[in-house]
Every structure is written in structure tokens, then in C-alpha cells.
Design a protein around this ligand. Sequence first.
Ligand SMILES: CC(C)(COP(=O)(O)OP(=O)(O)OC[C@H]1O[C@@H](n2cnc3c(N)ncnc32)[C@H](O)[C@@H]1OP(=O)(O)O)[C@@H](O)C(=O)NCCC(=O)NCCS
Length: 179
Amino acid sequence: MARLKAEWVTEEGWEDAYEIFYRALKKLTNEGKERFFAGMTPEGTKKATKDRNVLYLVYRSSDPVPVAAIAFLKESSYHDYRELLKGVPEEKVATFNAIAVRPELWGQGYARQSLKLCVNHLKFTGVNTLVGTVHPDNVASIKTMEYASISGSLKMSAPFTWTTPRGRIFERRRFAFQI
Ligand SMILES: CC(C)(COP(=O)(O)OP(=O)(O)OC[C@H]1O[C@@H](n2cnc3c(N)ncnc32)[C@H](O)[C@@H]1OP(=O)(O)O)[C@@H](O)C(=O)NCCC(=O)NCCS
């Protein structure tokens, strides 16, 4: 595995991130798994997170094209997660919003290493717990979180259905883990 570096990006990184999210969604769609990216269309991710977001792009040292894009929200829908958080103070919690790896590089450990790099950086901002939702069948995503979390800390809710503002229904599980 080539050495990776994570860069916190702002406005100008969005086009690169958009490209990765877009291509990941396309590949998932080709595989009949677009449900894994529920409500996380690249456009939606871009719009919802542009102002409030912490976005990282992860690079290999020899490659100007990022291998992964990872988005967090500084704030969380704290109350939705209280069952899983068991008293963790709100200011320590952020939302893990989306991760995508360049599709041609899937299955080579890039998500694991990239998320680990980003959470190590995020910890310096005072965050110690990440929450979010995931499709119950998205094994790669769940394993990626297990790898980047403090061992044994990943907690998941029972599956529930989530209806988007446009009436699309997705199966999700809430998660929380310590970093
Ligand atoms: C999810 C995603 C980021 C994983 O990226 P990746 O670089 O292929 O993941 P890694 O190679 O680091 O593998 C992470 C773990 O998932 C496992 N894994 C990878 N692909 C898998 C698959 N298709 N099925 C089952 N497990 C898989 C790996 O074995 C590894 O597990 P381990 O730690 O036990 O060895 C990538 O598949 C992706 O971009 N998917 C589309 C977007 C998405 O679904 N994002 C998550 C929701 S926001």
C-alpha cells in the first residue's frame, strides 16, 4: 500500500470529491446496490454539506488524483443517537456523513487506511465519537468503521426504514463508534 496523506479541503476540493462520489454511485448503481448510498447522491452530499462540512481528500504520494473523499458534519442529530451514545457529551460527537473510494481501487484497503488517517486528524478538533447511518448490507462500510474505531466500540441500532423528503424509502441502521 502506497503511503497516504489526508488533506482537509474547502471550496476548491469539492470538484474532486464530487467526481469520486459520482463514480462510486455509478458503480454501485451498475451493481444494483445504489441503496447503499441512500440520500447520499453526490449532488445531495455537495449541497447539504458545503457550508457545515469537514471534507477530506486522501492522496497517494505519487498520484495527484485523490483516492478517497470522506465527509463529516461538525454537528450531529444528537438526540436520534442517544440510545447508542450513553452519555457522551454532545460537543464530542460529529456525524460521519459519507466515504467513497475511487471505484477502480476498491478492495485494496484504501477506505480503511483513509478513514483511519482522517479520524486521527479529527480527534485533534476534540471529537471522540462519530455517528451516522448505514445500509445493513453495506459490509465494506461497516468493516471500514470497525477498523477505524476503538476496538469493540462500534454500536449499531436495529434496522429501521427512513423516508426521504421525496418519499423514497431506505433501510438503515444508526451507528456510533469511538475514535
Ligand atoms: C465502502 C468503500 C468506501 C470501501 O472502500 P474499499 O477501499 O474498497 O475498502 P477496503 O479495501 O479498505 O476494505 C474495508 C473492509 O471491507 C471489506 N470489503 C471491501 N469490499 C467489500 C465487499 N464488496 N464486500 C464485503 N466486504 C468488503 C474488506 O475486506 C475490508 O474488511 P477487513 O477490514 O475485514 O479486511 C467503497 O466500497 C465505496 O466507495 N463504496 C461506495 C460508497 C459507499 O457505499 N460508501 C459508504 C456509505 S457512505
